[in-house]
Design a protein around this ligand. Structure first.
Ligand SMILES: *[C@@H]1O[C@H](CO)[C@@H](O)[C@H](O)[C@H]1NC(C)=O
Ligand SMILES: *[C@@H]1O[C@H](CO)[C@@H](O)[C@H](O)[C@H]1NC(C)=O
Ligand SMILES: *[C@@H]1O[C@H](CO)[C@@H](O)[C@H](O)[C@H]1NC(C)=O
Ligand SMILES: *[C@@H]1O[C@H](CO)[C@@H](O)[C@H](O)[C@H]1NC(C)=O
Ligand SMILES: *[C@@H]1O[C@H](CO)[C@@H](O)[C@H](O)[C@H]1NC(C)=O
Ligand SMILES: *[C@@H]1O[C@H](CO)[C@@H](O)[C@H](O)[C@H]1NC(C)=O
Length: 488
């Protein structure tokens, strides 16, 4: 039955070519059009299988109904069975035919070239199953190496540059490899190749659109939380544990999901209740959630295994969780201890490096306070004691120094207030009382010594000196200055 029909069909097929005796070419057409961007390099190939086995053939290219292509040898480069457009422009769009003549046969292959100045184009379409790996080739690259051995390659995802790094996406030779596909990985992947040919820089690219397909086989559920957790909980508090499970993409097998406590049913514990599970859909992905409510955490629940078990016909996954008593760390105390130790260390460091400065500073402050305190109730800045025996010339000079030079310098120049008994004593006052009181009302004691000064010989000087020294040394009320005049 089948044989006569086949013979008739073959005859018709043969006739259609053989009635044209001179042009007995087998005509074919490429399914897909070559897409290219204006300004980028594009390559047309005459895909005739016989070319690979046969070297003796004559090949001619035509464009749009048997026109000879102009530009061959200039902008268009012909290689064996390939045309390179270096680069393509909008006017290159059209229908191209390659005619191949062998000694006994002839083929014509027609193909379309579409050059666009804008918008995207897709050179290659691939559909990858969820969670399966994807291999994205850079088709043009294997041909560009015929023109340039070391071209630059850059990958784009959804028409934006992206760095290929990390575990998931890798560049291996001329391809990009994605280890397991999910929704984020679907998109347009473009490889751009920049190369040099005969001293000129050219750009070419190929775009692969990867779409995601639902898994063909049911997926094993996967427990997302808990995986292996330890939770700190207060004794007596309420706690809700939520198990989250990935259950599938698109169609999925209904899973069985349940909690176990200490490897048994949660219902065995009065304080624990498992709520009915719910499913959610996010971006075509299905999840299930199952809550375990512990109304009051008791100490016997610490350190026993809590498990969330998810299973379907494809497989099983288990999430592990443990409860632990909450540790009461006294952060407050820890902080204070830490702060104090830091301060102490700082103090030690400062003291080590600035010891001298500190001592000096302290002295200055101390002295200033002392001076400030003492200044209250004092009438004079200094009480001047000098030898008063008028027989010796050096004593006389000391007297001159005490009564004239010293007041002149200290009182007139620097504004100090001195007390000199001979000068400041009011007539009729009791000398003992005057000395006694005035020394106490003075901040300093200035004692002028001469080499030949006999203190004992003059009762008044001796008295002044005794009172002054007593005040200065014993009562610590007065500062003492001993001045030795060297007046010869
Ligand atoms: C042979 O066929 C071609 C088209 O395939 C046509 O252009 C040509 O005129 C034909 N020649 C003859 C002699 O029929
Ligand atoms: C190719 O063309 C040349 C000259 O036009 C001719 O000599 C040769 O036989 C042709 N080869 C084939 C296989 O047709
Ligand atoms: C690829 O890009 C085109 C144009 O932007 C867009 O319509 C298409 O959805 C993209 N493909 C994917 C898988 O994102
Ligand atoms: C859980 O984690 C602990 C340490 O964090 C580890 O010792 C244990 O093996 C893990 N168990 C599982 C089932 O992953
Ligand atoms: C769902 O898709 C949106 C947009 O692509 C994304 O922002 C979001 O993170 C996705 N959600 C999940 C759970 O993957
Ligand atoms: C947990 O199980 C072990 C052994 O099955 C048992 O000895 C223990 O008492 C159980 N603990 C609780 C809190 O139920």
């Amino acid at each position: 039955m089948d044989t006569p029909l086949l013979i008739i069909f073959c005859t018709c097929f043969y006739m259609s070519f053989c009635d044209n005796k001179t042009e007995n070419c087998i005509e074919m057409r490429e399914q897909e059009t070559y897409d290219a961007r204006d300004g980028e390099v594009v390559r047309l190939e005459c895909h005739i299988k016989e070319i690979n086995d046969n070297y003796d053939f004559n090949l001619t290219w035509y464009k749009n109904d048997n026109q000879i292509i102009d530009g061959i040898g200039q902008k268009i480069e012909e290689q064996r069975n390939v045309l390179w457009f270096l680069p393509a422009s909008l006017s290159d769009s059209g229908n191209y035919v390659c005619e191949v003549r062998f000694s006994t046969s002839c083929y014509k292959l027609e193909m379309g070239l579409s050059v666009k100045d804008q918008g995207y184009y897709i050179n290659n379409l691939d559909i990858v199953e969820y969670s399966k790996p994807a291999v994205i080739p850079c088709y043009i690259l294997q041909h560009v190496v015929d023109l340039d051995k070391n071209p630059d390659v850059q990958w784009f995802k959804n028409f934006e540059p992206f760095q290929v790094n990390g575990e998931k996406i890798k560049r291996i030779e001329n391809t990009l490899r994605i280890s397991d596909m999910n929704h984020n990985d679907a998109g347009n992947y473009t490889c751009q190749v920049i190369f040099t040919y005969k001293g000129k820089r050219y750009t070419t690219s190929s775009n692969t659109e990867i779409t995601l397909e639902d898994p063909k086989e049911p997926l094993t559920p996967h427990v997302i939380y808990p995986q292996n957790e330890t939770l700190e909980v207060e004794c007596g508090s309420e706690k809700i544990l939520t198990c989250r499970v990935f259950i599938g993409i698109g169609e999925y097998l209904e899973p069985v999901i349940y909690w176990t406590v200490n490897n048994t049913h949660p219902e065995m514990y009065n304080a624990i209740k498992q709520l009915p599970g719910i499913t959610k859909k996010e971006n075509d992905t299905h999840y299930a959630e199952l809550e375990l409510v512990i109304s009051e955490v008791t100490s016997d629940l610490y350190e026993i295994p809590f498990k969330c078990i998810a299973t379907n016909a494809a497989g099983i996954d288990v999430g592990h969780l443990r409860l632990q008593p909450a540790k009461h760390r006294n952060w407050h105390l820890l902080f204070i201890v830490l702060a104090i130790s830091v301060l102490v260390m700082l103090g030690v460091v400062i003291y080590t490096f600035f010891k001298i400065d500190i001592v000096l500073f302290y002295r200055e402050i101390w002295n200033r306070t002392r001076t400030a305190n003492v200044s209250d109730g004092k009438l004079y800045d200094a009480y001047v004691i000098y030898p008063k025996i008028d027989t010796l010339s050096s004593t006389r000079r000391a007297e001159t120094f005490a009564l004239q030079i010293l007041p002149d310098m200290l009182e007139n120049r620097y504004g100090y207030k001195l007390f000199l008994l001979e000068r400041d004593q009011l007539p009729g006052e009791a000398v003992h009382n005057v000395i006694n009181e005035t020394i106490r009302k003075s901040r300093r004691l200035i004692i002028i010594l001469t080499p030949t000064c006999f203190w004992d010989d003059h009762w008044q000087t001796t008295f002044e000196q005794q009172i002054g020294l007593y005040d200065a040394l014993i009562r610590d009320e007065i500062k003492m200055k001993v001045r030795k005049t060297n007046l010869k």
